[in-house]
Design a protein around this ligand. Structure first.
Ligand code: HEM
Length: 145
């Protein structure tokens, strides 16, 4: 199913998950339909996020701008939502900074060419790098086993 509007997508998800009706915003949704949330579109919608294309990490700070990572605020759902949301979210949240710090601390990351990092996107089921980043990784110290 395609939707003409990403806000619709937002609501389609909420309604389909209740499985109570077949006609949503003029679209016929047959029973058993798998509905995907278009997070890419939601994240770029100025009706959902102020200046969506601006790099503003502070938008996620403070109570006023706080979003729920636990699935009740679908503007951002890094761990999914609802009953099948990620059971590892607390482990992920508490350890992801550690893993990134560990990788930077233990290894030197060198580009394979001088082309820089190409952030061109390739939108599939998730948003991938169109040209994968290839790097050479060198341990910063002798590894002991
Ligand atoms: C930053 C780290 C992580 C992110 C961003 C992440 C994200 C996700 C997402 C988006 C889903 C799909 C949820 C849905 O279908 O609505 C998922 C499912 C799942 N995740 Fe994670 N995850 C992370 C870490 C982990 C960890 C550390 C574990 C286990 C130790 C884990 C175990 C699972 C499992 C078992 C599912 C399937 C749940 C189900 O289908 O009922 N995840 N995760």
């Amino acid at each position: 199913m395609t939707t003409h509007n990403h806000i619709d997508n937002f609501w389609v998800f909420a309604l389909v998950s209740k499985c109570t009706q077949e006609n949503i915003d003029g679209y016929h949704v047959p029973e058993g339909t798998t509905a995907m949330v278009n997070m890419w579109a939601i994240a770029r919608d100025p009706e959902v996020w102020r200046d969506p294309l601006e790099f503003m990490p502070e938008r996620f700070m403070g109570e006023e701008n706080e979003f729920s990572i636990f699935g009740s605020d679908l503007r951002l759902a890094p761990f999914g939502a609802g009953r099948r949301s990620c059971p590892g979210k607390n482990l992920g949240l508490t350890t992801v900074t550690f893993w990134v710090a560990k990788l930077l601390h233990e290894f030197e990351w060198l580009p394979l060419d001088d082309g820089g990092v190409d952030l061109t996107e390739l939108l599939r089921l998730s948003c991938e790098m169109a040209n994968p980043l290839t790097v050479q990784v060198r341990p910063r110290r002798e590894l002991s086993c």
